[in-house]
Ligand binder design. Structure first.
Ligand code: NDP
Ligand code: PYC
Length: 339
């Protein structure tokens, strides 16, 4: 994408613009709105690997017929604490939205509830799927698998996706505590951004096509693979996420995603799980205070910031100044929106 002087755009204006881009690419109005909010929110919060950078990939998937931008998710009530959703080859976020009312009903009844989504394309950051639940006082944990670009420890071929896991917990009088991280050394999107900018990655972020450790993004992307974060420990997390997001939901494993007959497609069709817990069932009123006690100690011990703090700071700055977007990119988006 072209680089130019940044323009500043308000969040609502960016959502409207992206909604028009998605609608023009053939999605239903409600899918367009959901994706636009997700993508604009990622850009606003500085989750740049899953913000506007992803628009060509979304459009490539839509144009090639790989994803159904008008899919209507099917929600199934399968057990007292268990909701199952078939996204019907549509995007994941609308499927999660469709299943949420039933999920919350089950949570109110049981104190814990799980939603398992399959045949779903997740191409965004994961924190937008958990943060809103923590704002309602709930603990949320979610995982998604993606497409094979991460090698198992000691392996030479990609098997796992970059498989993010996100966790959110409410805090007393503060924005929720949220972490959202790939199971790989980096997100694939960040490798692609580094390749585009001609930047090397930390040595050993991945392997080349011969299985040799490398920090060259081009070698990782062209026949090589990323490595899990933290050696065998991250690899175990990637493995668990494949099992929970795919085997447990009825979705594809990352290595089963085959878009070879859909040139231009980029959105992996896999699965997602999200578990909600009402923390008050565990502590009867003490949860948020206990979280604060722990976080105070962490900061006191010298950790300069908490996960999520960078995003929230950028969100506040964007509310004040607008979201910085490359000027040429903004003009491209306006053209794509037919404006
Ligand atoms: P990062 O490594 O950038 O960040 C991971 C987490 O650690 C964030 O919550 C971040 O908070 C926090 N963090 C980072 N630095 C610090 C620090 N110094 N002190 C305390 N906390 C810190 O994320 P990844 O590169 O692993 O993932 C980037 C994004 O890519 C995620 O949003 C993820 O969901 C997305 N992704 C999506 C995939 C998909 O299939 N849809 C696949 C893979 C990744 P903060 O945000 O505030 O910096
Ligand atoms: O950045 O790793 C990534 C990714 C994969 C699918 C969506 N994002």
């Amino acid at each position: 994408m072209p680089q130019n002087t940044p323009s500043f755009i308000a969040y609502d204006a960016l959502v409207d613009l992206l909604q028009a881009v998605f609608t023009r690419a053939g999605t239903s109005d409600s899918v367009a709105r959901t994706l636009a909010q997700n993508c604009a929110g990622a850009e606003r919060d500085g989750s740049l690997s899953h913000g506007l950078f992803r628009i060509p990939g979304y459009l490539g998937s839509l144009k090639s017929g790989w994803v159904d931008g008008c899919a209507v998710p099917e929600v199934e009530d399968v057990a007292p604490g268990f909701v199952r959703v078939d996204a019907c080859n549509g995007f994941t976020q609308p499927a999660l939205a469709a299943g949420t009312p039933l999920l919350l009903e089950k949570l109110a009844e049981n104190g814990v509830a799980l939603i398992a989504i399959r045949r779903s394309h997740h191409f965004g950051a994961l924190w937008p799927d958990v943060e809103p639940f923590a704002r309602r006082g709930l603990v949320a944990l979610s995982m998604v698998n993606s497409f094979a670009c991460v090698a198992p420890v000691g392996g030479r071929k990609p098997v796992y996706g970059t498989n993010p896991i996100a966790f959110a917990a409410p805090r007393a009088g503060e924005d929720p505590l949220v972490f959202d991280q790939a199971a790989s050394a980096l997100a694939n999107g960040d490798v692609r951004i580094a390749a585009r900018e001609g930047r090397m990655l930390a040595p050993g972020s991945g392997i080349d096509r011969e299985g040799q450790p490398t920090g060259d993004p081009a070698a990782i992307l062209n026949g090589g693979a990323l490595l899990p974060f933290g050696g065998h420990k991250g690899a175990a997390i990637a493995l668990m996420i494949e099992i929970l997001s795919a085997a447990l939901t009825g979705g594809n494993f990352s290595f089963e995603v085959d878009w070879s007959k859909h040139p231009g497609a980029e959105t992996p069709v896999t699965g997602q799980i999200l578990i909600l817990i009402d923390p008050e069932r565990g502590t009867s009123g003490g949860f948020a205070a206990r979280v604060e006690t722990l976080l105070d100690r962490v900061i006191d011990a010298g950790q300069p910031r908490l996960p999520g703090d960078r995003r929230y700071a950028l969100r506040r700055a964007s509310a004040r100044d607008g979201i910085p977007v490359d000027g040429a990119l903004l003009r491209d988006l306006q053209r794509m929106a037919g404006r």
